[in-house]
Design a protein around this ligand. Sequence first.
Ligand code: FAD
Length: 485
Amino acid sequence: MKSIVIGSGFGGIAAALRLKAKNHNVTLIEKHPDLGGRARVFKKNGFTFDGGPTVITAPYLIEELFQLFNKKPEDYIELTPLKIWYRFIFEDGKKFDYSGDESQMKKQIKKINEEDVKGYEELVKFTKKIFDKGFTDLADVPFDKPLVMMRQLPALLKLKSYKSVYSLVSSYVKNEKLRRMLSMHPLLVGGNPFTTTSIYGLILYLEKKWGIHYSMGGTGNIINGLEKLMNEVGIELIKGHEVTNVISSNNKIKGVKLDNQTEISANNVICNADPPAVYEKLLTKKKFSTLFQWKQKRMEYSMGLFVYYFGTKKTYDNVEHHTIKFGNKYKEHLDDIFNKKKLNKDISYYLHRPSATDKSMAPKGHDCFYVLVPVPNNQSKINWTIEGDKMKDLIIDKMEKALLPNLRENIVEDFFLTPDYFENELNTKYGSGFSIQPKFTQSAYFRFHNKSEICEGLYFVGAGTHPGAGVPGVLSSAKVLDKII
Ligand SMILES: Cc1cc2nc3c(=O)[nH]c(=O)nc-3n(C[C@H](O)[C@H](O)[C@H](O)COP(=O)(O)OP(=O)(O)OC[C@H]3O[C@@H](n4cnc5c(N)ncnc54)[C@H](O)[C@@H]3O)c2cc1C
């Protein structure tokens, strides 16, 4: 059985390995000369900048890939649990160190609002129920038939999936700061906490279940470990070539065509590339059913990301590994990004400082960072060649005031990525950071199916298909594939 995987994000690599373990003859094709997709690495003058994922959760999903071939994960990668998961900084400058230490969590909640301690406990219990259903039972279930969805609807309604994560959290916790903090998880997978289905409240519990980990050497080190494994087990890697066509005939997959005109035949094509872009641009089959066209048109896309990578010639020892800084008008900011598709100066941001845990990420005496700001996706028509530098300046100003004094004069290395990079380099529709949004009407059966309804032999793994974005999500999508191919 010949299977081709298009794209080397976490989902694509996991799919290639899972199919190889089933004795398929597997070729993985990646447009770029390096693997990882959103998890690519940029190395500059002694700094190692992980391009994307930094918060590693559910590490067993990564470890399983090595175990499929009776290999020891620790021979390839090193994952370290973090003590403080996120440092939240609120608009008034007050801090909250969010961690798996429940007594520390409750102590800090009590300081903010004593009566919310009970609500927090109840919220955690409820998110366990969501986790048991949404993650344990359903994350690797193929939702390619309406009946599968219908069977799950009563349970999902009982878990209040029609509510947003913010509204679920608000039903347990009264204080606005705590509400923001405990409902921010959808942002990690491309959703607005005010509209994302509360199924995604499961991330709150998922973090507690396995902790938050850091990959020593950076997340890129996991990609390196997986690349080594793919080479060892005989997966063919074609790097630096883009698939320009997915060839089908009589509704059956025949293979792919590359940008150098080479054609490769296959029984199955597994797309880790963004599903809406694949359906629009790569398939030789152009006629889709009216129902499918409606599905394509109705999709709403996740936000875009502005990511500013920078290295400093001094270290900022008081800055935690992961910091989340809220702006004043959080809800309005999110509304501008997701709905009005316009920029807002009152930004919230996530700051990554891997050198807090791993000195190898920066030259001696230096610090390595990236700061991520959610921005509108390219439906906004923002001209990033103009707005990019302005956004960079705004962020530096904000960070200088809030947590990195004299930052500007200490920066020795920097560059940024905008939604244009996600659209043009990673081939993502509208340059969205996380493919389609994680709304209820775009989840499970309503998402792009893992097994395409358009063509026999065409499959999807990765952020745009079930269960969704985030490293655990895309690794789980490869487990779905395991069940259907
Ligand atoms: C800045 C940032 C921070 C994040 N932080 C976290 C985090 O801390 N924790 C977490 O769990 N998740 C995080 N995420 C989300 C997570 O990184 C992604 O959801 C996940 O990595 C996406 O993986 P994927 O399998 O969908 O593939 P992608 O990473 O999207 O890769 C798809 C690949 O397909 C390739 N490709 C596309 N079209 C073609 C073609 N025609 N031919 C050949 N190749 C093609 C692309 O070049 C790319 O390499 C973050 C994302 C970003 C962007």
